[in-house]
Write a protein that binds this ligand. Structure first.
Ligand code: PLP
Length: 436
């Protein structure tokens, strides 16, 4: 059992006085599971150490940017070398050139790209390009897909006849939300209806081709192909938001796996190897709409920061030259199978693990078949996950603190580490069963 988080508790009380919820991104506050967020002192490989000296096997993994785990020596060396030469020039430099050349040479749907500082910025900019390219205002997104906190994407399905979305956050103007239309996942007929109802008005359809921000809602390939076809027939652009899936499920992400070339694509997370980097790209003709060549303005003081570029370049080169994908998929599959078998043996049911490549998501409740939509997520998910989360945390396993977030494996999660995590899972289930 881990030590009581006394130091984390004291720091959290201080943090609550100076930051909303004590954190700088909401889920970190543990509101989805209750309890005290752990303040992390350091991380190496697959392990986090908190300020009270507790060590955890980490499956949150900074929410996805670290395919080689924490403190990878090659990424470390590349950033140290970049840092020794300076850490921001605000001028042309070679790191971004080399990273852009690597990406454009390997991803045929990215002829040109622009680096930004986050996935949110990448999406915001891609949408701007799509609107400029088509001269249309509306965008179709999917319920359960997250595209960062840009106003037009923080929306939920409206109830009105016109299918216009409503803000899903305070502070977003209704008229901004109204240009977004929200469709359920896994329902191509609905997408067809939305397009038919708005002839000539939809600039783009944007989707996470592997939705991984509201559980892991793996989509049917034929659904993705069909909706891309519908969008194109209506003259709308297809935007793949691959901020999680890009370079994570394979170097070419979902676009390569599906054989669908998106018109525009957004990257983040892995592309910076744990530093703040995002990118948007696509065909040269579309990307040349961006300033200074074209009329779409988009800029960034710290964009293509040389240290961040060095981290991204080291990470992507390593992924390209020694692809870890098959091994990661195998270890994730085996870890998921161990958890499922343990749950069955201990009568902890219903329980399933949905997984794809190195991502996994425990489903805690009745499910008739694979969960592909928000509506199909069991109502028991939140409450049952919160208990499981704490039982695991107490035994040195750190999951993302929400039942609607996925877990990530890295190459630093060795067989012994995974066996240890699976044993902790078994022990956690014992205590959950003992609870009234
Ligand atoms: C994380 C994420 C974003 C937002 O990226 P930030 O860097 O957090 O702004 C956008 N889209 C998807 C699919 C993501 O997973």
């Amino acid at each position: 059992m881990t030590r009581t988080p006394a130091t984390s508790q004291a720091l959290f009380e201080r943090a609550l006085r100076v930051a909303p919820g004590g954190v700088h991104s909401p889920v970190r506050a543990f509101r989805g599971v209750g309890g005290t967020p752990r303040f992390i002192r350091e991380a190496r490989g697959c392990r986090l150490t908190d300020v009270d000296g507790n060590t955890y096997i980490d499956f949150c993994m900074s929410w996805g940017p670290l395919p080689f785990g924490h403190g990878d020596p090659e990424v470390h060396e590349a950033t140290r070398s970049a840092l020794s030469r300076g850490w921001s020039y605000g001028a042309a430099e070679t790191g971004s050139l080399e990273l852009a050349e690597l990406m454009t040479s390997r991803l045929p749907w990215v002829e040109k790209l622009r680096f930004v500082n986050s996935g949110t910025e990448a999406v915001m900019s891609a949408l701007r390009v799509a609107r400029a390219a088509t001269g249309r205002a509306r965008v179709i997104k999917f319920e359960g897909c997250y595209h960062g906190h840009v106003d037009s994407m923080l929306v939920k399905a409206g109830s009105g006849l016109a299918d216009m979305a409503q803000p899903d956050s305070a502070g977003i103007a209704k008229h901004v939300a109204a240009d977004t239309l929200v469709a359920p996942l896994d329902d191509e007929a609905r997408v067809r209806e939305l397009f038919d109802a708005q002839p000539g008005e939809v600039a783009a359809l944007i989707i996470e081709p592997l939705p991984a921000n509201y559980g892991l809602l793996v989509q049917r390939a034929d659904f993705l192909k069909e909706i891309a076809g519908i969008a194109r027939r209506h003259g709308a652009l297809v935007i793949f938001d691959e901020v999680i899936s890009g370079f994570r499920i394979g170097f070419g992400g979902m676009a390569a796996q599906l054989g669908i070339a998106p018109d525009l694509v957004t990257y983040g997370k892995v592309i910076g190897g744990g530093f703040p980097v995002g990118a948007y790209g696509g065909r040269a003709a579309l990307m040349d709409l961006v300033a200074p060549v074209g009329p779409v303005y988009q800029a960034g003081t710290l964009s293509a920061n040389p240290v961040a570029m060095a981290a991204g370049l080291a990470t992507l080169r390593k992924l390209d030259t020694a692809p870890p994908y098959a091994a990661l998929e195998a270890s994730t599959r085996s870890f998921a199978a161990q958890m499922t078998a343990t749950a069955r043996a201990k009568g902890f049911e219903p329980f399933a693990v949905q997984h794809a490549s190195s991502l996994f998501w425990p489903v805690l409740g009745e499910m008739r078949s694979a969960v592909r939509t928000v509506a199909a997520i069991p109502g028991t998910q939140r409450e049952r996950f919160a208990k499981l989360f704490h039982a695991l945390l107490d035994r040195g396993v750190y999951l993302a603190p929400s039942g609607f977030e996925v877990g990530f494996l890295s190459t630093a999660h060795g067989t012994d580490d995974l066996a240890q995590a699976a044993a902790a899972f078994g022990a956690a289930l014992e205590t959950l069963r003992a609870q009234p």
